[in-house]
Design a protein around this ligand. Structure first.
Ligand SMILES: [Zn+2]
Length: 498
């Protein structure tokens, strides 16, 4: 189509959609850009609260919530309170520990959490209650596409933008795209949330509980017609892995690949596209150490600057055994996390050996090598201030086939015990499919936490396949997963090292 006919088709479709009642852009209240206020700044006219209506009030031109659980549904005149394709924007401010959210494609119900539609999560520092630990942060398309990094602060207004165009749902936090989800032809039907399907409906603001104090202002909607030009709706079908990811996300598992490298030309933008497509969050890690891309504090500074403001975690892969001498603790503490492995060691000859490089490896005696490797791993865990032990139990190619015989229960236990006494998490590595299930079971028994990692060498990130297998095979729960420590509680800040 040329531009004239496509524009014509667009308006014809728009007119048609309007007649069907799903498009009401020709609203007198709309500004020149098409935005229509849903809140008049003075009253709750056009809104209806459920359960405990007293919690929602208008204070200083904002809708505030402070009270028992209640949801505030829009039932005003704009589009008759029935929206299909739209953009929504709001400003939100949370108090510490608050849990809130904005529902869409939903419908009024007398009590409980809304059953129909989706929720865009608002939770910056919410912890959960009654033994439940909430892992889903602000910006999550709740239980479908989760965001695990805290992107905004309590007590500060932030902008939440949400759009539905056909099958595509996008969420932005302060203009940063954090969810870009296309509902597949075969969405995952979660028995507890059968209503998480695109359709049409109204909006609702969540008043979660008395601890969750939150305020909203500048709530605006821009209704959109069907079939907007430039908004393709590629048909998407979920395979079994896609489905497992959504199911685990709905069950609160923080699926985060903390061992993603910008290698082989892979860009941050591509990592984000991969996250949007797969539903797996990422931690991007940079190799720091002798002979690696970053060798000093200035390098750390430059890298962190280049990654600022991205919806990913930022990690340091500490390389070699010299790394603590190369960087200051203050510079290291600026990363969200630090990990290392025992793939670079000083072998029995005192030779610095990279175990993945065939030419550097010399193993005259397998048993002696193993004893030395285990002792080295234990020493690393005891001495180096790291969060995660990655590529765990890796063996050089020349002896890898003997893995099960060489990693005796006693050797595994020594590594597990060292990780335990130092509070270090164990990576479940998809590239090497390490460690073994036997090791993971020992680690789980000891109460260790786990992280997912691909350790990619090119643009192929996969979907944490080995981790997903391990979750099932070893019965890991969402609480078995490690999350980055808050500032002041990082190993680099707590552990003395030289
Ligand atoms: Zn790596």
């Amino acid at each position: 189509m040329n531009s004239f006919t496509s524009l014509f088709a667009f308006w014809w479709k728009a007119l048609f959609a309007c007649l069907l009642g799903f498009f009401c852009a020709a609203n007198a209240a709309a500004d020149t850009a098409g935005w229509i206020p849903l809140f008049d700044g003075q009253s709750l006219a056009g809104w209806k609260a459920s359960e405990h209506p007293g919690g929602f009030k208008v204070v200083d031109g904002t809708i505030t919530f402070d009270g028992q659980r209640s949801h505030l549904f829009y039932d005003g005149k704009v589009c008759g309170g029935d929206f299909k394709n739209f953009e929504l924007k709001a400003e939100v401010r949370t108090q510490p520990l608050a849990n809130s959210g904005i529902y869409f494609h939903t419908a009024y119900q007398e009590k409980d959490f809304p059953k129909s539609g989706f929720e865009v999560q608002v939770a910056n520092t919410h912890l959960g209650a009654g033994g439940y630990v909430e892992m889903k942060k602000t910006g999550s398309l709740y239980g479908v596409r989760n965001v695990h990094r805290q992107l905004v602060k309590d007590n500060e207004w932030f902008a939440l933008q949400l759009s539905v165009r056909g099958k595509r749902i996008q969420v932005r936090i302060n203009d940063l795209l954090v969810v870009d989800y296309v509902e597949p032809e075969n969405p995952v039907v979660d028995a507890r949330h059968p209503g998480r399907r695109l359709g049409h409906g109204t909006f609702a603001l969540q008043g979660h509980d008395p601890e969750s104090k939150v305020a909203f202002r500048n709530l605006m909607v821009k209704p959109l017609p069907d079939g907007l030009p430039g908004e393709p709706e590629p048909p998407v079908r979920f395979d079994a892995v896609d489905e497992q990811i959504v199911k685990l996300g709905a069950a609160n598992y923080p699926l985060i690949d903390f061992h993603t490298h910008l290698k082989g030309g892979l860009t941050t933008e591509q990592v984000l596209q991969h996250m949007f497509k797969t539903g797996i969050n990422h931690g991007i890690a940079i190799n720091c150490g002798l002979g690696f891309s970053i060798t000093n504090d200035a390098g750390i500074e430059d890298f962190l600057k280049s990654m600022a403001g991205q919806p990913v975690f930022i990690g340091m892969q500490a390389e070699g055994r010299e790394w603590p001498k190369l960087f200051s603790p203050a510079a290291v503490a600026r990363f969200d996390y630090v990990f290392t492995d025992s793939m670079t060691i000083f072998d029995h000859r005192g030779q610095r050996t990279r175990l993945w490089i065939k030419e550097e490896v010399e193993i005259p005696d397998q048993q002696a090598f193993m004893e030395h490797l285990v002792a080295t791993a234990v020493k690393i865990l005891d001495e180096e201030p790291v969060d995660i032990y990655v590529n765990p139990t890796f063996l050089p190619a020349v002896i890898a086939a003997e893995y099960d015989a060489l990693w005796t229960p006693e050797r595994m236990q020594r590594v597990v015990d060292a990780a335990k006494r130092n509070g270090v998490a164990i990576e479940i590595n998809s590239r090497y499919r390490l460690p073994s299930l036997a090791f993971i079971k020992l680690a789980k028994q000891a109460g260790l936490k786990f992280s997912l990692g691909v350790n990619n060498i090119d643009a192929n990130l996969g979907r944490a396949e080995y981790g997903l297998e391990v979750i099932q095979a070893c019965g890991l729960t969402y609480k078995d997963f490690w999350m980055p420590k808050p500032d002041g509680q990082k190993p680099i800040q707590l552990k003395r090292y030289q």
